[in-house]
Design a protein around this ligand. Structure first.
Ligand SMILES: *[C@@H]1O[C@H](CO)[C@@H](O)[C@H](O)[C@H]1NC(C)=O
Ligand SMILES: *[C@@H]1O[C@H](CO)[C@@H](O)[C@H](O)[C@H]1NC(C)=O
Length: 343
């Protein structure tokens, strides 16, 4: 006998079971039983999948988690400027992790670089090309250290909270993503409370974390990355020739030693971070591309070269002598374009 028949037999005999109770409460009991039986029947007969399909509820399956690797590659190569290492690393890492039905550990990436170089933007690209509901998805968790973990003295509370959130959320959906912005401002020791969930452990209290993605964003190492780019430029070489291996070791060292959420952390020490991803500082060409994107987005007329110059002049450039890199990358470009275009 399958579940459905068992259920029908159960409903059929139900009134008999409660013959000794008074009629009113019996009515309630039978009513409740019938309702829950109907819900169960609905679940069995596939209403569950209809609810997923019609967006009545977000489901942890192919209805709401649809990896679009072409989309990610497209976004990384056409909407991000001056970041060849990010393009390669992030695309490969995410693809490899998503297409592996049994990943050996959670995917952990640490994005480093100056403000406005695109760290947040890339994290959002990953989310957009993975979850149908984008940032609104209940499987996407974004924390900002300066808002969510402000006080060093509360690190104990934060640790418990974070672990319980992880357990709660990942037990609902293994393919969850956790993004930690401003990691450099995270209280020391907090990241280490995540350590158990990033390793090769198949189950922790019955939950498998190996399909989960963790991303840390920080400015830590920005100085070193910028210096590497500048040195390369001074030698007359192209920054596109800088290899990931040239940067990874530096970043690992910096992350571990500089004041940041990853300082002295077991997460770094135990090699739980799979990829240290360097974001390069943006040159004038790159910032101009961001400007043109915004102009297109606003459906505005083409900018005149005078207007472009006006926007460039509003930005601060470094080093002071050669004005090579935008101090704030492409951050706030949208507002600046808005001002010029609407003027
Ligand atoms: C994947 O992304 C590409 C580029 O953004 C888009 O053209 C395509 O329709 C997407 N595919 C699916 C199945 O959503
Ligand atoms: C999931 O994480 C969020 C924070 O993003 C938290 O507020 C919520 O309580 C967590 N859910 C569970 C079931 O633990």
């Amino acid at each position: 006998m399958d579940k459905l028949h068992l259920l029908l037999v159960f409903i059929y005999f139900l009134p008999g079971c409660f013959a000794f109770v008074d009629p009113i409460s019996m009515g309630v009991v039978v009513g409740t039983a019938a309702t829950s039986a109907m819900i169960m029947l609905a679940e069995i007969s596939g209403l569950y999948s209809i609810r997923c399909k019609t967006n009545l509820m977000e489901c942890c399956n192919e209805h709401h988690i649809k990896p679009n690797m072409t989309g990610l590659q497209h976004d990384l190569s056409t909407k991000l400027y001056g970041q060849h290492l990010v393009e390669q690393t992030v695309y490969r890492a995410v693809k490899h992790h998503l297409y592996n039905p049994n990943p050996s550990k959670a995917l952990v990436m640490s994005f480093h670089g100056w403000t406005g170089s695109g760290k947040n933007y890339v994290a959002q690209m990953i989310v957009k090309n993975l979850y149908v509901n984008n940032l609104q998805s209940s499987f996407v968790h974004v924390f900002n250290a300066e808002v969510d973990f402000k006080h060093q003295h509360k690190v104990g509370i934060y640790k418990d909270q974070l672990q319980s959130w992880l357990h709660g959320n990942v037990s609902k959906c293994g393919r969850s993503i956790f993004i930690f912005d401003e990691t450099d401002h995270m209280p020391m020791g907090l990241v280490d409370s995540l350590k158990p969930y990033m390793g090769n452990e198949p189950l922790i209290h019955g939950v498998d974390y190996r399909k989960t993605i963790f991303i840390f964003l920080s400015n830590t190492g920005g100085k070193e990355i910028n210096k590497k780019c500048y040195d390369t430029w001074q030698k007359g070489n192209s920054r596109r020739d800088i290899k990931l291996s040239d940067m990874e070791e530096v970043l690992e060292q910096v992350a571990f030693n500089e004041k940041s959420g990853l300082k002295n952390s077991g997460v770094v020490e135990k090699n739980l971070i799979d990829h240290f991803v360097p974001f390069f500082p943006l040159e004038r060409d790159h910032v101009e591309s961001c400007v043109m994107d915004e102009v297109r987005r606003l459906n505005a007329r083409r900018l005149t070269s005078g207007q472009m110059q006006e926007i460039m002049d509003e930005l601060q450039w470094m080093p002071k002598t050669v004005r090579l890199y935008s101090k704030s990358g492409c951050k706030k470009i949208a507002q600046k374009v808005g001002l010029v275009v609407l003027d």
